[in-house]
Design a protein around this ligand. Sequence first.
Ligand SMILES: [Zn+2]
Length: 201
Amino acid sequence: MSAPSALVLTCGQCGSVAPHRVLRGKIGGGDEIVFEGVVKCSACGFVSSVVTREPKPIDVPLVVSWLDKSEKTSLEFSPEEDVHVGEALDLGDSRISITAIEAGGRRVDGAKAREVATLWAKRIDQVRVKFSVNKGNRTVPHEVLAAPDEEFEVGEIVDLGKDRAVVHHIRTRIRTVRDGQVRADEIVRMYGRIVRERTIR
Ligand SMILES: [Zn+2]
């Protein structure tokens, strides 16, 4: 393992908790990650020798659900780190929210990472927007994938792959929107009708 280029440390001179550039140093240790080296405070320029120790990260088993599928993976934590239901975390390029924690053989709302047997989470970087589309004599349910902060507008035409549909109104938990825009993560269901493509002759 190579030494990091900078560490956030409390400066022995000015007292600020600031990034310290690593001038030289090495990483070692068994159960812990031990850094020994010389660092320079970015706030005051003070140069000092330091030894820092932190516990080695652990891999916590993680089940991520997304679009009716569940995927087993794992996520790295510092052993003493607190994990809570509802917490949002990065997993690679996606963002997830913890939905359940199993620790000590039962479901808990929170635990230290080292106590956790399994974490369950759902992806929150994309949401499924339900869209009921009227196709003349019938209404067909569709789902549109969107970023949580993406907005849908009444009157907007949404591409459904084979078809396109215009949004008539949007239902949220508290109201029905007949004019204006709503964030994807606030939408309970959108209603619309199919757009007939005009044939140009
Ligand atoms: Zn300093």
